[in-house]
Structures are given as structure tokens and as C-alpha cells.
Design a protein around this ligand. Structure first.
Ligand code: NDP
Length: 430
């Protein structure tokens, strides 16, 4: 990638942006033509086979975040999102973090967890023991149900048993929960895992004398974690109003509030998910699965808390860290069907699944940095309303060049609302 073509990207006109991506070797000639001709469309035949009762396509803007340096590699990150200011904030944060060395990431092994719950087990302890003794047999039966993933080097690798007590009924031990750890390689793996779990149910019923109730993966993917860290020297945080040290300390304190108070934590984490969801969606992955798992992970201590940590090191630098469960894939689901998802993978240089995790968790960290930094300094509305002005201009009926004209006047207006946008447009049209 040649980033010289991407300088001041946000200032370029639409077609020049696309041409710059081509010149920088981020997209191919064919992808450039698709974007220039506005033909990045899911065709209705394909869509009709993807879901039930299909009636039409629901479009979402696709943009690119700039300035990312992740594990010393420069990257352009595709984001599908309807909310203004997210991509600007992402690129802004990535620029500051990039100028300080960028993001450093780690990933755990990518194990998905299949869960099978058994009810009416006559003796839970005896059943638990029998399952543990039959571990090898259970794993090989699971693998027989999906031999192709085993051929790819994946498959069922480990097994754990938990007795579930019912805390709504005097903590009585009630169910047996069998977890099978399954490597699904490049796939998110829901269907692979579910097939395996259904296949071992009769054998587990026979072993335990219980009845299998649920046989499905858990979206609480605690064996598929990705971590991103960054170190930002305090002087890079300086604003007109605050010194770098003050901004650093305010970010640390704001994160502490999100650690102790769920009301703040939810909004703090929503800001992280602004970035995470946008890349998950652009890459054709299942964002409901990621959302569900991430928020459960934020509650792992028993209280819902901040997912990020911001501290200072001995040199006085601001140190950020984010860990997320990220069971994303580069194959399967709609990834190889959806033209937007195909383009998104291409923009990122066709990362494998662990690398996609590294990108997504870094975007989450950047997004959190941008949001908290803005909150503890100038406030979120200045940047947000500036960009939101364009949405208001469109809602007011502005078209073409009038959109920016209305937005520019609106940005400097005391009241930035729809009525004001309509009045500005009327004045322009008169
Ligand atoms: P698929 O069912 O599409 O399976 C992926 C397939 O890709 C594999 O079975 C494998 O088939 C093939 N493949 C090709 N190359 C590779 C590779 N390198 N590594 C791994 N597999 C490869 O998708 P998933 O099983 O990933 O399931 C994801 C879908 O399931 C998503 O659409 C999700 O929304 C949905 N889902 C989610 C649920 C949840 O989250 N709770 C529940 C149910 C469904 P082969 O080896 O035979 O070639």
C-alpha cells in the first residue's frame, strides 16, 4: 500500500477518494469501477436465497477509516455504518495512536464452544464423571459429524463439564452443561459447531441417562479473545484548553467511572461497539453474535464494566488496552456471497480470521480513545453535530451541492435542528 495517495483523504471528492484507493493499491481496477459506477449491489436473486420473505435491499453507507498501523502494518479499514462522525473519530484516533507506534495485538487460540445441556439426569456427579471418562470417544464422535473441518486441521479438541445450579430455586444443582471446544479454522463456525453438538446428543443421553435439551454453540466465546494495546505520550494529547497530562488523567478517570458504574459503562462500551460493529458488519460477519458475547464479557466480574482500561506508565504515557471475544470468520455465512463483504475483505488485504480479530479489536480501542478524549475535553457534540449537520440537511430535502451548503451554515447556527435546516435550504433556493 502506498499511503502517499491517501493523504488528506477526507478532503477529496467522492470519485477522487475511490481513485486514491486504487492508486494506493488498496482496491483493484475492477473494484474501482464498481465503486465509481455505484454498482456495489447485492443482486435480488442472491438476496432472495439468503433470507425468507425477501422484498428488497436495505442499504448502509460503506466508508473507510484511515491511518491505522496495526502490528507495524499500515491498513485501511472498511466500516459499514449509518452514524455520522464514527469514521472521522476512528481515523483521528488512529492517527494519534499511529504517530506513537500504532497498535500492538495478541490473539488466543480460536476455539468456539459448543454447549449441550442435559436435564433430568438421575445423578449429576456420576454423569459428570462418566462424560469425563468418555472424553476421547465424545470428541471423535463430534469430529465424525464434520470430517471436512478436521481435514482442515480443526475439529473438536477439548471438553469440559459444568453442573448448573438454579439460583432462582435455592441454588439446587439442576442441569449438566457439556462444553466442547471446537477449532473452526477460518469460519465463525456456528453451523459446524451446532452440527457436532446435535450429533453427540444421543450418546450423551445414553451416558448420563438424562435428556438433551439444548444443543448449540455459545456466543460467549471466551476461548476466542483478541487484545489490542497502545501507548500514547502525554504531549500528543494536548488540546487548546488542557495540557497533555490533564487530558491523560481525565481519560483515566473517565474510564474508572465506567469501571464502577454500569450506567456509564454501557455508553462507554457502546462507543467501542460503534467501531467494532461497523467492521464486523462490513466484513459480512454476524454482529448480533459479537454484540451478545462482548456485553457478556463486560459482565464477567459479576458487574457490567468498561471493556477498556486506560492507565499511565512510569514515563507518564497513556496506556490503553482492550480485550474482546471476537469469533469472526473469513469464510462461511454471507461473507463470500455479499459483494460489500467481499470488497471489505479485499480493502483489508484479505486478512485471515486471527488478523481480522486484531483489526477489529484495534478499531474498538481507537473508537473508545476518540470518544472519551472528546468527552473529557471539548465535549462530544462539537464534532458530532458538525457532521450530523449533513444528515439534517438531507432530511430537510437538500440535494447535491446544497447539502454541504446547508450543513456549513447549520454548523454555525445556534440551533442545529431540522426546522433550522429547512429554513436555511429555503433561503438558498429562493
Ligand atoms: P457455514 O455454515 O457457511 O460454514 C462454513 C464452511 O466453510 C465450513 O463448513 C467449511 O465447509 C467451509 N470452509 C472453507 N474453507 C474453510 C476454512 N479455511 N476454515 C473453515 N471452514 C472453511 O458458516 P459457519 O459454520 O461459520 O456459521 C456461520 C453462520 O451461522 C453465520 O451466518 C451465523 O449468522 C449463523 N448462525 C449463528 C448462530 C449463533 O451465533 N448463535 C446460530 C446459527 C447460525 P467444508 O469444510 O465442508 O468445505
Amino acid at each position: 500500500m502506498d499511503t502517499t495517495y491517501l493523504k488528506k483523504f477526507y478532503k477529496k471528492k467522492h470519485d477522487d477518494k475511490i481513485n486514491a484507493l486504487f492508486l494506493a493499491d488498496v482496491i483493484s481496477k475492477q473494484e474501482k469501477d464498481v465503486l465509481l459506477n455505484r454498482t456495489l449491489e447485492l443482486d435480488s436473486d442472491t438476496a432472495n436465497h439468503m433470507i425468507e420473505n425477501y422484498v428488497g435491499n436495505y442499504s448502509m453507507p460503506l466508508g473507510v477509516a484511515m491511518n491505522y498501523i496495526i502490528d507495524q502494518e499500515e491498513l485501511v479499514v472498511p466500516m459499514a455504518i449509518e452514524e455520522p462522525s464514527v469514521i472521522a473519530a476512528s481515523s483521528f484516533a488512529a492517527k494519534i495512536i499511529g504517530s506513537a507506534g500504532g497498535f500492538k495485538t495478541t490473539v488466543t487460540g480460536r476455539m468456539m464452544i459448543g454447549q449441550l445441556t442435559l436435564k433430568a439426569v438421575p445423578n449429576l456427579e456420576v454423569a459428570e464423571q462418566k462424560i469425563k471418562e468418555a472424553k476421547k470417544d465424545i470428541l471423535s464422535r463430534a469430529n465424525e459429524a464434520h470430517p471436512s473441518i478436521v481435514k482442515r486441521g480443526g475439529g473438536a479438541k477439548n471438553l469440559e463439564v459444568r453442573i448448573l445450579t438454579d439460583d432462582t430455586n435455592n441454588n439446587i444443582p439442576t442441569y449438566l452443561s457439556v462444553h466442547v471446544h471446537i477449532s473452526t479454522q477460518e469460519a465463525m463456525g456456528a453451523n459446524i459447531v451446532n452440527t457436532m453438538m446435535e450429533s453427540i446428543a444421543p450418546y450423551l443421553e445414553e451416558l448420563t441417562q438424562g435428556k438433551a435439551l439444548l444443543r448449540i454453540l455459545t456466543n460467549y466465546a471466551t476461548e476466542c479473545l483478541a487484545t489490542s494495546t497502545c501507548v500514547i505520550p502525554a504531549h500528543k494529547l494536548k488540546t487548546g484548553e488542557f495540557s497533555g497530562e490533564e487530558v491523560r488523567d481525565r481519560i483515566i478517570e473517565a474510564t474508572q467511572i465506567a469501571t464502577i458504574d454500569p450506567y456509564r459503562a454501557v455508553t462507554h462500551n457502546k462507543g467501542i461497539m460503534n467501531g467494532v460493529d461497523a467492521v464486523v458488519l462490513a466484513s459480512g460477519n454476524d454482529w448480533r453474535a459479537i454484540e451478545a458475547g462482548v456485553h457478556a464479557y463486560a459482565s464477567r466480574s459479576g458487574q457490567y464494566r468498561s471493556l477498556t482500561s486506560w492507565t499511565k506508565n512510569d514515563a507518564g504515557d497513556l496506556v490503553g488496552e482492550l480485550t474482546l471475544p471476537l469469533p469472526v470468520g473469513t469464510v462461511g455465512g454471507s461473507i463470500s456471497i455479499h459483494p460489500g463483504a467481499k470488497l471489505a475483505h479485499s480493502i483489508m488485504g484479505h486478512p485471515n480470521a486471527p488478523k481480522l480479530e486484531r483489526i477489529i479489536v484495534s478499531v474498538g480501542l481507537a473508537q473508545n480513545f476518540a470518544a472519551v478524549r472528546a468527552l473529557v475535553t471539548e465535549g462530544i457534540q462539537k464534532g458530532h453535530m458538525g457532521l450530523h449537520a449533513r444528515s439534517l440537511a438531507i432530511s430537510a430535502g437538500a440535494k447535491g451541492d446544497h447539502i454541504q451548503q446547508v450543513a456549513d451554515i447549520l454548523k454555525h447556527s445556534k440551533h442545529k435542528n431540522l426546522q433550522r435546516a429547512k429554513n436555511i435550504l429555503l433561503n438558498i433556493l429562493e
